[in-house]
Each structure stands twice: as C-alpha cells, then as structure tokens.
Design a binder for this molecule. Sequence first.
Ligand code: SF4
Length: 446
Amino acid sequence: MPIKSNRLTAEQYEQNFSDIHPPFDSRESALVEANRCLFCYDAPCIKSCPTEINIPKFIKQISTDNVKGAAHTIFVANIMGAGCSRVCPVEKLCEGSCVYNLLEEPPIPIARLQRYATEQAMEKKWQLFSRKPATGKKVAIVGAGPAGLSCAHVLSREGVEVTIYEKEKKGGGLMTYGIAAYKVTPRFCEDEVNYIISLGGITIKYGQELGNNITLAELKAQYDAVFLGFGVGLARQLQIPGEELEGVVDAIRFIYNIRAGVYEEVPVGDKVAVIGMGMTAIDAATQAKRLGAKEVTLVYRRTQAEMPCTEAELDLAKLDGCRIIWLAAPAMIKGEAGKVTQLVCNLMQLGDPDASGRRMPVDTGEKFILEVDMVIKAAGQIPFEEMVAANQLQQMQGRIIAEKNGATNIPGVFAGGDCVNGGKEVVDAVQAGKLAAHAIFDYLHS
Ligand code: SF4
C-alpha cells in the first residue's frame, strides 16, 4: 500500500482541481437571480455578513446593469470580496439568513452574484478606488493574508504608505496556501493579490518572517505604526503513539504542498484516514481523493450535530466518495518498517455538555482498526505562542489580546485576524484588518 505521487494523468489532475463553483453562464441568468431579491428593509443578509457588505444595494446595482457600481459596493466593505464569494460558508452566513429560506424557497445566490460583479472587476482591471494625497505616514504590516491586505488597502486609500512583510513567496495567506485548490485556484489567488495592490502605495516584501528576518522592535523604530496579521500556523498534534511514522502528515502541510507545488508531485496513500471534521479536514480529505487515493475515511470523535464544518462541506466530501466514521477518536497509529499501516480508534459516545454547550465525547472502551497507509491530522492549529510572548504582546495561549479595533497592549501596534481570533473564516480576518486600518489612521493623526 504505497504512498506515491503521479497517480493520475495530467487531464485527470486538471479536471479534479479545476474551479468547483460554476459562475453564471450568462448576464441574463445573473439578472434573473438579481431580480428575485426583495431588497429587504433592515436586510438580514447584511447583518450576517462579517464585513457588512450592503448586499441588497449591490444586487440592485447588478439588476440595473451597473456592475462596476456593484463591485465598488462589495470592495468598499470587503476588498477580498472576490475570494470570499468562493470560500465563505454562505449557507451559515448571508445566504443562510436570506428571507427566502423562511418562504421555503431557494435563497438568493448572493455568493454567485458577488462573484459575477467582482470577477468582472478583476478581469477588466477596473480601478474603483483612488488614493488620497500622501499623509507622509508609513505603516508596516506583518503578513500578506486577508487581514494584512485588507488593512493595507484601507490605509493606502487614506494616503498612507504601507509595507507588508510576508514570509511566503506569495501573498494571500490562508486563501493562497490553506484552502482546497478547487475552491480558489492558485492563479485566482495571485490575480486577487495583484488586483488589491494595483491601487498603489502598497509594497510587499516576500521571504520576510517576524522573529527571523525582522523584529517587532525594528518595525516599531522604522514605521509610524505596525499591524500584525500573521495568522496561526502550527498544526496541533494528536499526542498518540505512532505520530512519528512515515505517512502521518499534518493537513496544513498537505494542503500547503498541493497549493505551493505541482499536483502531480504531491504523494498520497491508497487508503487515507483524515482526523477531524473542520473545513481543513474536509479540504484535505477531498483533495486526497482528487489526487488519486482509493479510499478516504474521515474520523470524528463527535456526531454530525457537533461537526465544525458546514452541511455543504460534508456533502462535498460525500460526493467525492469520502467515508465518514462518527464517534471515533484516534488512539494509536501502528506501522511496519517505520511506515504507517493501521489506525487504532476508540469508539466514543456523547456525554455531558462542556462549557460551550457541546456534548463531550466519552470513550466506550471499545476499539476498532482501520487499515491505512496514510494518516492526515486536521485537529486544529495552535498560535505562535513563543513568538508572541517574546515580543511582550499580551496574549492568551498564544493568541494576541487585542481590542475590537485591533489595538494591543503596545502603543502603535495593532493586530487582527487568526493571530487574534485563533482561526476563523477569511471574511472575519478581512473585517479585522479593515477595522484596525481605521483605528491606525486615527492613531496616526491623534
Ligand atoms: Fe435580498 Fe435575501 Fe438579502 Fe432580502 S435577505 S435583501 S431577499 S438577499
């Protein structure tokens, strides 16, 4: 049962990793959907968008063929509106709260309409914003992910010079390196970053890592303010025997390798177990299948009612042929000649709720064995605790403590996105970057 690369033909890779979201096939079909919108007063869809995009307004603009205006309405609230239209869990955000759900009719396809407008803006390179006269102020941003780019764009519009320090070779953060390639293709991510920085006033320095190539003290000395948006990135370990065996990998690293390299070169097993049931677990499982794994099994210690991923993501995994075993917790990974051969799981049952109200899994004492040649761990991520502590930032288990506007305990240093919230959606990071930009601007002029 070997782990190997090059399992499929070039055509199969191309097909398996092409864009999963079908855009509208014509202007007319977009207009039909736009014209269904009731343009609700006090629209619930706006309230459930973390970036508060004025959804009825942009849909109205589409319905009157003002696509440029629609794109502006979206981007002014969320500069990554194009990417978010592909990766947001809309069934639990805007589309989930559309009033059509109450009428038991399909909700307005807000994400597809958003994509319709924003993609045209990107393709036609519409420059929808201009920069105010230079203020003479300079801000450093650590991390060219959604939080950093969002913060940079707002500040640049206000006439601030922004320099982003990014440890990777490309910008986009989680969008570029941490999400399944069939949701947002690497090409799309590159185009989105280029579109954002085409505003001007934003320089990205790649290969620059905080604590390695640069220090917070240096940035504070060289700039008028600093925004930290470096995310979370360390995979949580399972702390079970056998984790060191060949064939046991982190989901984050697995997805990163798919995103950063060539599909053909990413090795995958025949029989793969994926531990976890969040979005990263689903992305790892579906991509393992699309790389050519014969069997992929998701193992989760609770039930479907408690899973962190959405129903739509679960459906995606099922459609890709992934199997799901509920109420199972990994206990041990066994191997031969240093390579993984079995995953031993405890059968669980649900016990009392924890502080958050979710029922806790309890070991029944029964076990079962899965024959596998690859185990992908998607048990969450842990923050950069040491680096945060070394910079005297107030923190809670590595998560930077920041106010709603991003202010930290260090004057002039702001933070937002996953390094503060511990790992939420892309759209949450965009909003955090935007709020912090406004607070930084106020700080620079106070
Ligand atoms: Fe339109 Fe639905 Fe939002 Fe109402 S809730 S404004 S129908 S998208």
